[in-house]
Ligand binder design. Structure first.
Ligand code: AMP
Length: 490
């Protein structure tokens, strides 16, 4: 694995420079090398997937890398998960061992706690990894719209393909080499990008803990101190950073690049980023966990702001993943499901559920459930298929209404959901609007009526100071669905 080769070189060459910082701890490359070698030697004595439990401490990525070196798949589990979720994920994955970086007990599973890991002796040499590219590198559990977590195994080959592609994006390697800032939890696949881009380029990886992310002064202090060149984050997190005036190049002169991924990046957010960081290298990356973190990215320039932003440039898609609309190479300008094929795809869910995976005459494909369109050589996002609504006979894309609302002054973010009747039919549209102050509803309605046809104008509005978020930092639509059904609390 190229990743392991780079790890070895960096641990040898970068010595006392910090490799991982997080949760108030730091681990140098030299110490990382010793810990990875020691843990891998222990892991190599057994077989089967390994649960790695904790939060943002440097021991977490050290354990991931040890699993990769030992050729055992790892399953990252965050301390924010309820115990039952950890247990169930471990069971579904058929895990045989638990590395408890933070205290955790899973009955029946061989467990090594942090003290035991610290005490393992460094063999001094790197063991030879025999695992091939088809073997599983990690298993990430996605929330799954049905509520049943789906285990997504990703092969070592797919991970290498993803990293090769991500490093081929102009400017990314140079930014990452100066240090990478992490927002996402390690159980969320966005972190695969920041963790391993740092390992590939020798940049220090600085992780922001959950607590730091809810306390701006600590978080910004950590960000400034990191001196990082690249920030990998969701648009929600970027918007949160932008609410603070100190998030600017004057305070954080080293920040040269932002890789935004996981959600729609609105023009307004990009525009604000360029105002704060005029020379910013900004990419809007797109991809599901099933396709290994990201499969496409579009470089966003200041002049692109003002209209919808693309999620990919067809000429810059990875060599090991192909993107089709509707499952077949099709002409530009057709809206359809974004379908992926190629070596960067997961072999399929652990639980055996087919989900979006299907075998076709031309090989295995994965239907993302996302709608997209290819226009001018670029890929554009058109919302989720499962959020499409049939209302008053019309096919309605909540994303289109949300985008229209978000262009109105003062509105930071909007989410539009259907109000369902007893028979499951759509009775109306409800818009949740996030803004610093209660909006002037009559003004909002008036402006929206000028932009959208009548059947797309929501009949009900609700103000939220902050959208409910999933642990991954995305808008939590399941909570919003409950609010539509039972009323918003408070
Ligand atoms: P996950 O598997 O949790 O990483 O979520 C993947 C989903 O996030 C995709 O299928 C999209 O619906 C959404 N997504 C990821 N990146 C973007 C993006 N740049 N713009 C819009 N939606 C995105």
């Amino acid at each position: 694995m190229r990743l392991l080769e780079r790890l070895r070189e960096n641990c040898g060459g970068l010595g006392e420079r910090p490799a991982f910082c997080g949760g108030g701890e730091a681990m140098s490359w030299a110490v990382l090398g010793a810990k990875v070698r020691a843990t891998a030697a222990m892991l190599a004595r057994g077989r089967g997937p390994v649960v790695v439990y904790g939060h943002k401490e440097p021991w977490m990525p050290a354990c991931f890398l040890a699993c990769l070196l030992a050729g055992r798949p790892y399953l990252p589990a965050d301390r924010s998960w309820p115990h039952e979720r950890v247990r169930r994920a471990a069971e579904l994955a058929g895990a045989t061992l638990l590395l408890a970086v933070e205290p955790m007990e899973l009955p029946g599973l061989e467990t090594w706690d942090r003290g035991a890991l610290e005490a393992l002796p460094d063999p001094g040499t790197w063991c030879e990894c025999m695992a091939g590219p088809a073997e599983i590198a990690y298993i990430i559990f996605t929330s799954g719209s049905t509520g049943v977590p789906k285990g997504v195994p990703i092969s070592r080959g797919s991970l290498d393909h993803f990293l090769t592609w991500a490093l081929s994006l102009p400017g990314i390697a140079a930014c990452a080499g100066r240090g990478v800032l992490n927002q996402a939890g390690y159980a969320f696949d966005l972190s695969v990008a920041d963790l391993y881009l740092a390992v590939m380029t020798g940049g220090t990886h600085t992780a922001l803990t959950g607590e730091e992310q809810s306390d701006f002064s600590t978080m910004f202090a950590r960000m400034w101190k990191s001196g990082a060149g690249l920030l990998v984050a969701t648009p929600t997190f970027l918007r949160l950073c932008l609410t603070d005036a100190s998030f600017c190049c004057g305070q954080m002169g080293t920040l040269g690049g932002v890789l935004s991924c996981g959600e729609v990046l609105r023009s307004r957010t990009a525009e604000k980023l360029f105002r704060r960081f005029p020379k910013l290298l900004l990419y809007n990356a797109y991809g599901p966990t099933e396709g290994t973190c990201a499969v496409s990215a579009a470089r966003i320039h200041p002049e692109d702001c003002g209209s919808e932003l693309p999620i990919g440039e067809m000429a810059r898609c990875g060599a090991d993943i192909s993107i089709e609309i509707g499952g077949a190479p099709c002409p530009e300008g057709t809206v359809g499901e974004i379908v992926l094929r190629g070596a960067q795809l997961s072999p399929g869910y652990l639980n055996g559920i087919p989900g979006g995976f299907r075998d076709t005459l031309t090989g295995r494909a994965y239907g993302t459930g996302d709608l997209g369109i290819i226009r001018d050589g670029k890929l554009w996002y058109r919302g989720r298929m499962d959020e499409q609504i049939k209302y008053r006979g019309y096919l309605v894309e909540p994303g289109e209404i949300e985008a229209a609302l978000e262009t109105l002054s003062g509105i930071e973010r909007a989410a539009v959901l259907p109000r369902l009747g007893r028979d499951g039919g759509v009775q109306g549209l409800v818009a949740f609007v996030e803004s610093p102050q209660l909006p002037d509803w009559s003004g909002v309605k008036e402006e929206l009526e000028q932009r959208l046809p009548p059947w797309m104008c929501p009949g009900q509005y609700a103000w939220v100071e902050h959208m409910p978020l999933t642990p991954n930092g995305k808008c939590d639509r399941n909570t919003l669905k409950e609010w539509v059904r039972d009323g918003k609390p408070g």
